[in-house]
Design a binder for this molecule. Structure first.
Ligand code: PNS
Length: 171
């Protein structure tokens, strides 16, 4: 009989364009639930991202470096196939408000239909971040609003660099 304890592997998929403090809060809390957490960046999203996949990998890798149990990688195709490839037991997703729930439920049920043995676990977003999304952060920042405390410092730096490049190109 195998006496070694079972190790739970979680997969936290997303676009992470860019990672916010809301994502980071979820990663921290997920680390208390699973033994290993794979943060998986979707490569072929239909939407036009602000940051390239390589830039998103770099930002995420820097931000999660204090967490030994976290690995950052990318995936293509169906999430359930990638989860199987990586022997993940659970998909972790965050829910901020009721508005997130409908789409998240749809995805969770579709993923369950595709691979019934893979569970989806929803974590409630931290109260401080329940209004934070990558999309809003990008919009507020591009219009000159203050995003301090909403994204990790490396992301704030990268956004600033992006803005400078844009302004230089315009002048
Ligand atoms: O950060 P996002 O954009 O909300 O993440 C969405 C993501 C990446 C979790 C979702 O689009 C996904 O899993 N895409 C992979 C393709 C797939 O498996 N589609 C069927 C989902 S039911």
């Amino acid at each position: 009989m195998d006496a070694s304890p079972r190790r739970l592997v979680g997969i936290y998929p997303g676009s992470f364009d860019p990672i916010t403090n809301g994502h980071l809060d979820l990663i921290e809390r997920s680390c208390r639930l699973v033994d290993r957490l794979i943060v998986a960046i979707l490569r072929n999203a239909e939407k036009q991202p602000l940051f390239s996949v390589d830039e998103r990998i770099a930002m995420l890798s820097e931000v999660v470096s204090p967490y030994d149990c976290v690995e950052v990688c990318t995936f293509d195709g169906l999430l359930v196939d990638f989860a199987e490839e990586r022997s993940a037991d659970v998909i972790i997703r965050g829910i901020r408000a009721i508005s997130d729930y409908e789409f998240e439920l749809q995805m969770a049920l579709m993923n369950r239909r595709l691979r019934p043995q893979l569970e989806t676990v929803f974590l409630m977003a931290g109260e401080a971040y329940s209004f934070v999304s990558s999309r809003l952060v990008k919009e507020v920042f591009s219009l000159g609003g203050d995003i301090a405390g909403l994204v990790p410092p490396v992301v704030a730096r990268r956004l600033q660099e992006r803005l400078l490049v844009k302004e230089t190109a315009r002048s």
